[in-house]
Design a protein around this ligand. Structure first.
Ligand SMILES: Cc1ncc(COP(=O)(O)O)c(C=O)c1O
Length: 433
């Protein structure tokens, strides 16, 4: 309807700039008035195709009917009591469901918090408490949040860590099996990366000093890096053999996003603790820590929790999300999205040398942009493609340690014609470049 951003959004942007610090960046400054069905509408009447889902959150769609219905009823009944003061059933139901649905048939416990970062912080607290050890191992290209501990766990300096130190102690970083950039080539990647990580842990830290290994089954902010097959099981096996708590950070990969309910399932990996957030409650703030009962039960009464964690509106939303995933078979929908997108993107890679790598699983897909004929990162091409996509009404997100990854996270309920239309816009943007 208008240029992007249109006049009303520009006016609101000026107000944002006066009221909100610039540290809170904005990918696409159109101010939203409604969203749903894979479309975001803005204050100027523009409709954008949504390939971002609010960063992998609205997997079931925006304002999904089951979520709306449950939240509306709950908001009229009561909005908060604090679960730690006077509890309510929906919190327990969400925990029961997560204990049942997360990988592994061992006895589990779950508790609820407000954000992905808070979930990861708590996973580390529990691992340290249960093992009596201190060291935490994370990986290159990892992202775990913006709090003091989780930004320490995060790999990338800019924008997440720059001048925010000193960082939390006892955090160590190991190589990640990144097939596209592994010096020994993709075929040796899993074995070599796992061997290096294990060597680092054994020789530099001593496995007996390590409380937890925290790993994203697909690195999200780091650039949708799918670790080479075999890497995850090898690391999990090493942890098991050495009494190290293996934490799968599924904050971005969870809830059907990658074509299985949780990404760990793809290689049959069973984490000791799994952290979830984002897609859990259709956009209401909720996150969860689910772990082996014997670990979780170690922590004394009052050692875990928070005022808002497991808010009743968010719990109802989560129950609505889980019902929607099951009833609409969104796991299969995610796979179908991958089956449509991957071949289309690989065909573009054949035509355009700027696409160095096409990767991902299910509806978590990315392309890595390079200087044609090399593996040199090409962040300038990324910025230009994103600019063109946004101008043509396709909302896309960026990622990557080298700032050169275009990532796609459509809502799993997106109609196929919109998926096709979005891919058409992307193709034109790359061709124009
Ligand atoms: C893998 C992973 N862990 C943790 C986080 C932090 O979650 P939140 O932004 O809800 O604190 C994110 C957010 O992008 C993430 O992708």
């Amino acid at each position: 309807m208008t240029a992007i951003p249109g006049p009303k959004s520009q006016e609101l942007l000026a107000r944002k700039q006066a009221a909100v610090p610039p540290g809170i960046g904005v990918t696409l400054p159109v101010f939203v008035t409604r969203a749903g069905g894979g479309v975001v509408q803005d204050a100027d009447g523009n409709s954008l195709i949504d390939f971002g889902s609010g960063i992998a959150v609205t997997n079931v769609g925006n304002a999904a009917p089951k979520v709306v219905e449950r939240v509306q009823k709950q908001v009229a009944d009561f909005t908060h009591t604090c679960f730690m003061i006077t509890p309510y059933e929906s919190y327990v139901r969400v925990c029961e469901k997560l204990n049942e649905l997360t990988p592994g048939d061992h006895e589990k416990r779950t508790f609820l918090v407000n954000s992905g970062a808070e979930a990861v912080e708590n996973a580390v607290k529990i691992a340290r408490h249960a093992t009596g050890r201190q060291a935490v191992v994370v990986f290159e290209h990892g992202y775990h949040g913006r709090t003091l501990l989780t930004m320490t766990l995060t790999a990338k300096n800019m924008p997440y860590k720059h001048r925010f130190g000193p960082f939390a102690p006892e955090v160590y970083r190991a190589p990640l099996a990144y097939p596209f950039r592994w010096p020994g080539g993709p075929d040796n990647c899993a074995e070599e990366a796992a061997a290096q990580a294990i060597d680092m842990i054994s020789k530099q830290l001593g496995a007996e000093n390590v409380a937890a290994v925290v790993l994203e089954p697909i690195a999200g902010e780091g650039g949708f890096i799918v670790p080479a097959r075999g890497f995850l099981p090898r690391i999990a096996e090493f942890c098991r053999a050495n009494g190290i708590v293996f934490v799968a950070d599924e904050v971005q990969t969870g809830f059907a996003r990658t074509g299985t309910l949780f990404a760990c399932e793809d290689e049959g990996v069973v984490p000791d603790i799994i952290t979830t957030a984002k897609g859990i409650a259709g956009g209401l703030p909720l996150a969860a820590v689910t772990g082996r009962a014997e670990l979780m039960d170690e922590v004394h009464v009052g050692g875990l929790g928070g005022t808002f964690g497991g808010n009743p509106l968010a719990c109802e939303a989560a129950l609505g999300v889980l019902e929607t995933i099951e009833e609409e078979d969104l796991v299969a929908r995610a796979r179908r999205i991958g089956d449509i997108m991957l071949p289309r993107l690989r065909a573009l890679q054949e035509r355009f040398g700027v696409i160095g790598d096409v990767r991902g699983r299910g509806a978590m897909i990315a392309i890595e942009l390079v200087e044609p004929g090399t593996k040199e990162p090409n962040p300038a091409a990324l910025q230009e493609i994103v600019r063109r996509c946004h101008a043509e009404g396709l909302l896309v997100l960026t990622a990557g340690t080298y700032g050169n990854v275009l990532r796609f996270l459509p809502p799993l309920v997106i109609p196929e014609h919109l998926l096709e239309e979005g891919l058409g816009i992307l193709e034109k943007a790359i061709a124009a470049l």
